[in-house]
Design a protein around this ligand. Structure first.
Ligand code: HEM
Ligand SMILES: *[C@@H]1O[C@H](CO)[C@@H](O)[C@H](O)[C@H]1NC(C)=O
Ligand SMILES: *[C@@H]1O[C@H](CO)[C@@H](O)[C@H](O)[C@H]1NC(C)=O
Ligand SMILES: *[C@@H]1O[C@H](CO)[C@@H](O)[C@H](O)[C@H]1NC(C)=O
Length: 247
């Protein structure tokens, strides 16, 4: 199938793009068979680099704080509210409500307030699997972001990302009569990946970084990503995505 080979080509190209070293002790490794992963590429990438426990198990608030600040230089407490929401949802399978396993985030009780419909790289829960990367769903997103040609240059702009988000939500609403997610959910996750993979000098996200992030759940150190020195302003990006979104 066309999308499949395009994505495969993209993955092969990434394999050859290795120029910069990964931080010692934070090399990317694929999750092992017993490791848990989530519907969130941001958390999975942290676990794949050891910024969260590589097992993906017994994650607590302090682990999230240290992960998001060390991997991405977000303010350490930025996600405290989300973590509180996860821990209060009663979805943890660790036996201890101060921790969760990454795959708990896709358990039935996580839907629709924590895990929601209209994701860029996952299918909606009603179709079975909202936990794992979905090549077909992502293929449409990747085409809309023009990740595999250079016809729009090397960067994803806010406008292109906002249009891709809106188009994915339209797809999901057409396919899924039970779609309920309000726009803030997917606006928020689009703002999150843009902020996280942002090249401030270019005022855009390098396509190679976006591909690594979603397709390999890898922080693109080898493609030139570095942990920014100034902390990131997610709210400002959210506002820019809203402003750039089609009516
Ligand atoms: C620190 C940086 C983070 C980044 C860059 C990030 C990024 C993202 C992105 C881009 C998505 C959407 C994936 C898609 O549409 O296919 C997502 C989904 C998700 N994230 Fe994160 N995230 C981060 C932190 C967190 C934290 C701390 C939590 C919870 C403790 C979390 C929980 C989730 C969940 C449950 C989803 C699934 C939502 C859905 O159904 O699409 N994320 N994240
Ligand atoms: C965890 O929280 C849920 C929901 O509040 C509750 O039903 C459950 O008993 C709690 N489990 C533990 C081990 O505290
Ligand atoms: C892609 O296009 C941009 C802008 O036209 C150019 O600067 C860049 O060198 C091209 N990159 C590749 C890999 O061909
Ligand atoms: C969406 O987010 C904006 C900005 O944080 C907020 O003002 C608005 O009330 C939110 N809308 C809903 C429906 O939650």
């Amino acid at each position: 199938m066309k999308l499949f080979s395009i994505v495969k080509l993209g993955l092969m190209a990434l394999g050859t793009a290795s120029c910069f070293p990964e931080p010692a002790g934070h090399e990317w490794h694929v999750a092992g068979p017993d490791d848990k992963r989530s519907p969130c590429p941001g958390l999975n990438a942290m676990a794949n680099h050891g910024y969260l426990p590589r097992s993906g198990k017994f994650i607590d608030k302090l682990a999230i704080r240290s992960g998001v600040s060390n991997a991405y230089n977000y303010p350490a407490t930025l996600f405290d509210g989300v973590v509180d929401q996860v821990l209060a949802a009663g979805i943890s399978t660790t036996g201890d409500n101060s921790t969760f396993n990454l795959d708990d985030l896709a358990s039935p009780g996580a839907y629709p307030e924590i895990q929601f419909d209209g994701s860029l790289s996952r299918n909606d829960k009603v179709f079975g699997d909202a936990l794992n990367f979905d090549l077909n769903i992502w293929g449409h997103t990747a085409e809309r972001l023009d990740l595999y040609t250079n016809s729009t240059g090397d960067y994803v702009t806010i406008e292109v990302a906002a249009a891709a988000r809106a188009a994915r939500v339209q797809d999901a609403m057409s396919a899924n009569p039970g779609f309920t997610a309000g726009p803030n959910f997917s606006l928020g996750t689009t703002a999150l990946y843009l902020t996280t993979m942002w090249d401030t000098a270019a005022d855009a996200a390098p396509k190679s970084w976006v591909r690594a992030f979603f397709e390999n759940e890898r922080i693109p150190f080898t493609e030139g990503y570095f942990v920014p020195e100034t902390q990131k302003d997610l709210g400002a990006m959210f506002a820019r995505v809203v402003a750039a979104s089609p009516a």
